[in-house]
Design a protein around this ligand. Structure first.
Ligand code: C2E
Ligand code: CA
Ligand code: CA
Length: 409
């Protein structure tokens, strides 16, 4: 638990939660024991349970606004961490969308379960209209995700997906090495939806597999067009993002080969970007697939490197040739020594292991210069360009040699 949280000490016999009162917080028992007591309609008090350190009490208050169904008292001095509904919702809002979606579903089920249990225990009690409405709102959230997944399905069929291309620059030569392809969804009513929102839904629903295939094919075709229309003097490459679901597909490799041969792009010009977390999720399966991809000549980049809280030993295990330094480290490296040490270590590590480094999220000249001095190989970021639609990417390539940014770092 982090230090910003509020701890409270309750003395022996003190009431923590009062039956019938509305509450807006749950408590995590850090130290001590509490007892849970219920006052029945005939005023007798029944002890339901005792809870000790490491358990949570009063958690329903985080889900809804109903009166407390029991009283909780400290049986000895207790140290409790308070978790308010507001704080919980705020944290949930800022969390990873998949975690958010899963949490919402778990909370909705938990709510339903308790409602059903209370009806079961007391056949006379039916949910109030307010309770029913709350249930509906919660089911709607899960429903909205399902609707989005459904819309996404037709997005693939109806050409609502597109790719934007973010230039990747070589620090030593200032040359363009290629692009990262980033997916965009233009929803007919909602307009442009960010991949941060729709990718998790696509992953959860399994639709990502079709979308990734589409992205790989489209990126390869675009690469031919960009190279052809600009006559750039070096072979450009394209990096495509993949999810764990993609790798779980049995015919992943076959599909990749098929797309490469159909679009006539040599595998050396295509990089698969995979997050560290993907590798952690399914190490055995991923290793074989990645090795085969690597043997075929495809590049394998680890995306968001450094955020996966994993041990580094896996780098020996997988056929990785590029580490992409996560933008959070790049963003903080000038103010925060830990971040800058981390960037240096990642660069040193990759040199030792004969891998390349790409810094992400380079937003200004100082970042670019510092990274070049640190020995980073390549970079991408708003300083050079945001991700561009294909036509603008073509313009960018055409003008790159005359672009003052090329010699600015
Ligand atoms: P990512 O792969 O780490 O992509 C980099 C993200 O950082 C992109 O966001 C890009 O627009 C943004 N970015 C680039 N330079 C800068 C910079 O200088 N500053 C800041 N603040 N941001 C910068 P985007 O396009 O919104 O994509 C978000 C994430 O969605 C991607 O993160 C990737 O994980 C996922 N994603 C995007 N396209 C695909 C796709 O085709 N397939 C899969 N599986 N995931 C995708
Ligand atoms: Ca990426
Ligand atoms: Ca990244």
């Amino acid at each position: 638990m982090d230090n910003n949280n509020t701890y409270k000490i309750y003395k022996r016999g003190e009431t923590i939660i009062l039956q019938g009162e509305k509450g807006d917080r749950a408590y995590y028992i850090e130290d001590g024991h509490v007892e849970i007591l219920m006052t029945k309609p005939d005023s007798s008090v029944e002890k339901l349970a005792t809870r000790g350190a490491g358990t949570i009490i009063g958690e329903m208050a985080i889900v809804d606004d109903a009166p407390r169904i029991a009283t909780v008292k400290a049986v000895e001095e207790c140290k409790l961490l308070e978790i308010t509904r507001e704080d919980f919702n705020r944290r949930l809002e800022s969390s990873d969308p998949v975690i958010k979606m899963i949490s919402q579903i778990i909370l909705t089920r938990y709510r339903d379960m308790l409602t059903r249990a209370s009806i079961f225990n007391d056949p006379g009690s039916v949910p109030t209209p307010e309770e029913l409405e709350r249930q509906l709102v919660q089911q709607n959230n899960a429903g909205e995700m399902i609707k989005m997944a459904n819309d996404f399905k037709s997005a693939i069929e109806n050409n609502q997906l597109s790719l934007h291309y973010q230039p990747i620059i070589d620090f030593q030569t200032g040359n363009l090495t290629g692009f990262e392809a980033l997916m965009r969804w233009t929803h007919p009513e909602k307009g442009m939806i960010s991949p941060g929102i729709f990718i998790p839904v696509a992953e959860d629903s399994g639709l990502i597999v079709e979308a990734s295939r589409w992205a790989l094919r489209e990126a390869c075709m675009a690469l031919t067009r960009i190279q052809g229309q600009t006559g750039y003097n070096q072979d450009l490459s394209v990096s495509v993002n993949f999810s764990s679901t993609d790798f779980a597909e049995e015919n992943f490799l076959e599909q990749v080969y098929l797309i490469l041969s159909e679009t006539d792009i040599s595998p050396q010009r295509v990089h698969l970007e995979i997050t560290e977390r993907l590798l952690m999720n399914q190490p055995d399966n991923a290793k074989e697939t990645l090795s085969l991809c690597r043997n075929a000549g495809l590049g394998i980049s680890i995306d968001d490197f450094g955020t996966g809280y994993s041990s580094l030993s896996y780098l020996h295990y997988y056929p990785i040739d590029t580490l992409k330094i996560d933008q959070s480290f790049v963003r903080n490296m000038r103010q925060d020594e830990t971040a800058s040490e981390l960037v240096k270590s990642i660069i040193a590590l990759s040199k030792n292991m004969k891998m390349k480094t790409i810094a992400e999220g380079v937003e200004d000249q100082e970042d670019a210069t510092l990274l070049r001095e640190m020995g980073c190989d390549q970079c991408q970021g708003f300083y050079f360009s945001k991700p561009l639609p294909e036509a603008e990417a073509i313009e960018f390539v055409r003008n790159w040699d005359a672009n003052p940014l090329k010699t600015s770092f």
